[in-house]
Design a binder for this molecule. Structure first.
Ligand code: PA5
Length: 428
């Protein structure tokens, strides 16, 4: 179960302010349901949950079994919505060190030549038995033309051609049904292909093959993730109140002049999830000179860098905490005969318990310092709860953006840097 506690954000709002935003959220939800809002042709992230395609889940499941049995490394090549979602789930549910199964690495998310050279050197290093590493590559690009992804794919493909006699089974392309340079390469080389539904935009695509294939290769149960999102979809269709109240709280704070929402967590495994949220909200709401800038931080690490600002800096911030109620692996503080470090008062307590007190202390202090705080708590960190959380945030984002009167599903501003860059690069 997921609990969204908005009480520490609502306390800064009058009933009138909240009710006004809640009414807007109700209207916005109707627009989503009736497909009447701007960008309604991009609501495929809902229809794929309303009518699940089990055959695709099966197909991804069986391909990922094959890859897991053979691969040492699985490279995910994509940027923005084409990798942030899978990375968020994989990092949340994997061990920090030494996972079983293929190592998941990323490429195409920037244009650092040094990174790519070092990645290739690493792929060239023999495995622990002195053999060539077995490498698979999943290139993910809906447009099939994104420069960061396409350049990295070109370099990695050439390396693979030199390394393996047959790369056809080692390259999996996830892209639109047709169009784009990637489809030309697929047709020419007969690479394996998964289709990104036309009506699903990048940042809403984690529950399509964009996110699900890499997540399955990481050994995570995609059926649990996906079907829990389906359950959340059904639950929120019947009772949208949790998503609407969340959207309304955020909207009312925007109206009050809040310009930054700091997404934070005391669980470093959720850092990449905060990155996914940053994109989901940032690209959806930041347009027409509107929106709250989504920032991210990891606590308690960043309490020692940003904590001062959050507590006492300019009061333009709101804060969203992602929490986990119980952790399966934790550690206890041991009692020592000589209490030289003065920590025996914590003996017998788990790190999770201490970390949870740090969260409680921080949210209380920041709230007292004038920061509206929202706490989103999962009972446990598992595929089910992440599936639930993904859909909750997708819906909340759409509802909140319609309340702001912006189209949640386009990203016209992203084109501006591309235009300038292509001109400097001399693209015809
Ligand atoms: O959310 C989005 O639409 C973007 O972040 C895209 O996912 C990103 O720009 C990558 O695009 P593409 O998948 O076409 O390479």
């Amino acid at each position: 179960m997921i609990e969204v506690d908005i009480s520490r954000a609502q306390s800064f709002l009058s009933d009138r302010e909240f009710d006004k935003s809640f009414k807007k959220a109700e209207e916005a939800f109707k627009q989503v349901q009736k497909q009447q809002g701007e960008g309604a042709e991009w609501l495929g992230w809902r229809t794929l949950l309303a009518g699940p395609n089990d055959a695709i889940l099966e197909q991804m499941g069986s391909l990922s079994d094959t890859i897991r049995a053979d691969a040492d490394v699985f490279v995910v090549c994509g940027i923005g919505g084409s990798y942030l979602g899978s990375r968020a789930v994989i990092e949340a549910l994997s061990s920090f060190f030494g996972n079983s199964g293929p190592e998941i690495l990323y490429a195409g998310q920037h244009m650092s030549g040094r990174y790519l050279r070092e990645l290739i050197s690493y792929l060239e290093e023999p495995d622990s038995e002195g053999e060539h590493k077995s490498v698979y590559l999943n290139v993910i690009s809906k447009s099939g033309t994104t420069l960061e992804t396409a350049l990295s794919f070109r370099i990695l493909r050439s390396w693979m051609k030199n390394r393996y006699e047959n790369i056809k089974d080692r390259i999996i392309c996830t892209t639109s049904a047709e169009g784009g340079a990637l489809n030309k390469l697929i047709d020419e080389h007969n690479y394996q292909k998964f289709v990104i539904p036309e009506d699903v935009g990048g940042r809403f695509s984690v529950l399509t093959p964009v996110g699900l294939l890499p997540i399955a290769v990481a050994g995570i149960d995609i059926r649990s993730l996906f079907y829990e999102a389906v359950s959340k979809y059904e639950a929120l269709e019947n009772d949208p109140e949790p998503a609407l109240a969340y959207a309304a709280t955020r909207h009312a704070h925007y109206e009050q002049g809040k310009t930054i929402d700091l997404f934070t967590t005391f669980e470093p495994q959720l850092e990449a999830f905060c990155g996914w949220l940053q994109q989901l909200l940032g690209e959806s709401e930041g347009k027409d000179l509107k929106g709250i800038f989504p920032a991210k931080a990891t606590y308690s690490t960043d309490l020692h860098s940003l904590g001062q600002f959050v507590q006492e800096g300019s009061r333009t911030l709101m804060e969203t905490f992602l929490c986990v109620r119980s952790m399966d692996k934790t550690l206890e503080v041991v009692e020592q005969e000589q209490d030289h470090d003065g920590l025996n008062y914590l003996a017998g307590r788990s790190f999770h318990d201490i970390n949870s007190r740090a969260f409680e202390g921080t949210i209380a202090a920041h709230h007292e310092g004038g920061v509206p705080c929202i706490a989103v708590t999962m009972d446990q960190l598992n595929a089910q709860h992440l599936g639930e959380l993904i859909y909750l945030y997708e819906l909340m984002t759409a509802v909140y953006c319609y309340s702001l009167e912006v189209n949640p599903f386009n990203q016209p501003g992203v084109e501006f840097y591309k235009k300038e860059m292509y001109q400097l690069l001399g693209k015809k």
